[in-house]
Design a protein around this ligand. Structure first.
Ligand SMILES: Cc1ncc(COP(=O)(O)O)c(C=O)c1O
Length: 365
């Protein structure tokens, strides 16, 4: 018998944080008691924990995922005149970070089914000026690591946009271990979210990590000596303390997301969901539907919250019109993607309820 929940939230952070409220309060009290508001041991500790969680030697915290990408580009000396490939199906920040670094974003189309960059779509836009690529692990689904390795071997700096892919693996290897750097967002709704904004860059390259530590903090060598013009983009101490707490729970929350994803996959007709490979971390659970407005309205009537990631391909973003080039697969995806509820505390009964209503609305659409 189908249980009818009162409503199915998209992601309920209040409910999630209530389960760890004591730990968060203790972290807050500790930071206030020690005044480690900008930098200090609390930030270094989180950086070490986050790097270790990804099997990498270095993580450098910063103020946001967007800054993580821009700082990483700067740390590899990518700037004016350089072209950087970005997928046309992503959040705008992937491309805005390229502009923040002063470089030229070059949009590549995505695979029409996986919505990820492919060897062919990248080769189609590569020129002599292409210095770097920002593959996006969209929805927590990984771009194949053999592709990342091939792009590196082909001379590109590979900076992974892992904003949606904390702890994701490919054949058992963690994200952040193959590219030159992987950039994470700790925006509250991310799989590992701060109670505010934050970001980090994970890298194996010690010199790059050192430069990033300086660049994020006004290009400092020591307190009032600056070897280059940097940014004020520190990860603040309070957020680092909260993130350390939440990182302890992340493996369980990730396992919960994977179990829910498997249930969605079992219940929905083949081809409904954007497919993933083992090791994906399911930041979003995305279906493809033709009549999206009608389906969203039907689900809303059943008190099921949904979202759209993303309704506008980069090729159609007004802010990026100067760099627009056609991306038919991304543009088609933008009008058909529908994000279903995905929350580590969601129950299998809620997944069944969502799938039942989605099936019904697809039959009527
Ligand atoms: C794919 C992707 N890249 C970059 C970002 C930017 O992260 P932030 O919002 O922390 O700047 C986000 C998240 O918002 C994202 O989803």
């Amino acid at each position: 018998m189908l249980v009818s929940p009162r409503n199915v939230p998209f992601l309920d952070l209040t409910r999630l944080h209530a389960t760890i409220a004591d730990d968060l309060q203790a972290a807050y009290a500790d930071v206030v008691a020690t005044s480690q508001f900008a930098g200090g041991a609390v930030v270094s500790r989180f950086e070490q924990e986050f790097a270790a969680a990804h099997g990498a030697p270095h993580a450098v915290g910063c103020a946001s995922g967007t800054d993580a990408l821009a700082l990483a580009l700067r740390a590899f000396d990518i700037g004016p005149g350089d072209e950087v490939v970005v997928p046309a199906m992503t959040f705008i920040a992937t491309a805005s970070a390229v502009r923040h670094a002063g470089a030229v974003p070059v949009m590549a189309d995505v695979d029409p089914v996986t919505l990820l960059l492919t060897a062919e779509t990248v080769a189609a836009v590569r020129t002599d000026r292409t210095r770097a690529i920002l593959p996006v692990h969209l929805f927590g689904h990984l771009v194949p690591f053999d592709l990342l390795a091939a792009w590196r071997e082909g001379g590109l700096v590979v900076i992974e946009d892992a904003a949606q892919a904390h702890l994701a693996t490919w054949n058992g290897e963690f994200v952040g271990t193959v590219g030159d750097a992987a950039c994470f967002s700790f925006y509250p709704g991310k799989n590992l979210g701060a109670l505010g904004d934050g970001g980090a860059i994970v890298t194996k390259n010690e010199a790059v990590a050192e430069r990033l530590r300086s660049l994020r903090d006004h290009g400092r060598d020591d307190h009032y000596r600056h070897s280059e013009v940097g940014y004020c983009s520190r990860l603040d101490g309070m957020q680092a303390a909260f993130l350390s707490v939440k990182l302890r729970y992340l493996p369980d929350w990730t396992a919960a997301r994977r179990a829910l994803a498997a249930r969605y996959d079992d219940l929905l007709p083949p081809g409904t969901l954007v497919p993933w490979t083992d090791g994906a971390v399911h930041h979003l659970m995305v279906a493809r539907v033709d009549d999206r407005d009608a389906v969203q309205t039907a689900l809303a009537a059943a008190r099921i919250a949904t979202g759209v990631h993303y309704p506008v391909a980069l090729s159609h973003q007004p802010a990026l019109s100067a760099w627009a080039r056609p991306a038919p697969a991304a543009e088609q995806a933008a009008s058909t993607v529908l994000s279903l509820p995905m929350d580590p505390l969601m129950t299998p009964a809620e997944v069944e309820y969502v799938c039942d209503h989605l099936d019904r609305s697809l039959a009527h659409a």
